[in-house]
Ligand binder design. Structure first.
Ligand code: SAM
Length: 233
């Protein structure tokens, strides 16, 4: 059956924090450096995933491109996908400056990016999947399942809510962000829970499993940040 995309969620509309705003893009890395080391996270993740020189990887919601660029150093080809052209330009400029040419920067998203089925070895997405409401997360997971080769790996890291003590955990998180980054990170965190679509761990895990993935590893910090390694069975 031909499914029209007329009634699909418009994923190009920024939800919550506006990453199409150049001033947000310009301060993204410095503001995040107050509470995370994106470069070290990227190196650690690549050590865990251990891709080879023949592998293809898609990074959805690539943002400023730190992970995409590090991946491109060890993979055959990287697709850096984002709905923000401002983020893509920022990332592309950095890649060009250091002579990295095996990244295809794609102005697209979880629900629109097109690639041949069974064609990539890895799909990663960090702190981006929560931009989709749950129904659309399910659709996106089915699409990502189809893109991956058999035994391909999906890595999702995001704000994912453990049910126990959720309100207290969220308030503690907002307070900690405020301590580290003042009003900017406070507002960042508040907008996240007020306007974006982070969901319960059991919902996300149900969606992942029902899409055909097996979750082989789950790491949780503060009852609020979860990282999943999932394999296409
Ligand atoms: C919080 S940033 C994360 C950037 C980077 N992955 C990181 O870990 O720092 C979220 C990114 O997801 C992008 N984004 C939002 N909705 C998206 C969608 N439906 N498909 C792809 N990217 C999306 C935003 O434009 C933004 O660049």
């Amino acid at each position: 059956m031909n499914i029209s995309k007329n009634w699909f969620l418009d994923e190009f509309k920024q939800i919550g924090k506006d990453y199409a705003d150049q001033s947000e893009v310009d301060v993204y890395e410095s503001s995040h450096a107050q509470f995370r080391d994106i470069y070290q996270e990227s190196i650690d993740l690549l050590k865990t995933l251990n891709p080879s020189q023949e592998d293809k990887l898609i990074d959805f919601g690539c943002g400023t491109g730190i992970f995409a660029i590090e991946s491109a150093k060890v993979c055959n080809k990287v697709y850096a996908v984002d709905i923000s052209t401002e983020m893509l330009h920022y990332a592309q400029k950095k890649a060009t400056q250091i002579d990295i040419h095996n990244i295809e920067f794609c102005h697209s998203g979880f629900l629109n990016f097109e690639i041949e089925d069974n064609s990539v070895n890895y799909i990663t997405t960090t702190f981006s999947f929560h931009h989709l409401p749950d129904y659309w997360k399910g659709i996106a997971l089915n699409r990502m399942y189809n893109m991956l080769k058999p035994r391909g790996i999906l890595y999702i890291k995001d704000v994912v809510i453990s049910e126990k003590n959720s309100l207290v955990n969220i308030q503690n998180f907002i307070d900690a962000q405020t301590e580290m980054g003042g009003d900017f990170l406070k507002e960042d965190a508040e907008i996240h829970f007020k306007e974006e679509f982070s969901t319960y761990d059991w919902i996300l895990e149900g969606l992942v499993s029902r899409s055909g993935f097996k979750i082989t590893s789950k790491k949780v910090e503060l009852g609020l940040i979860a990282a999943y390694i999932c394999i296409k069975e």
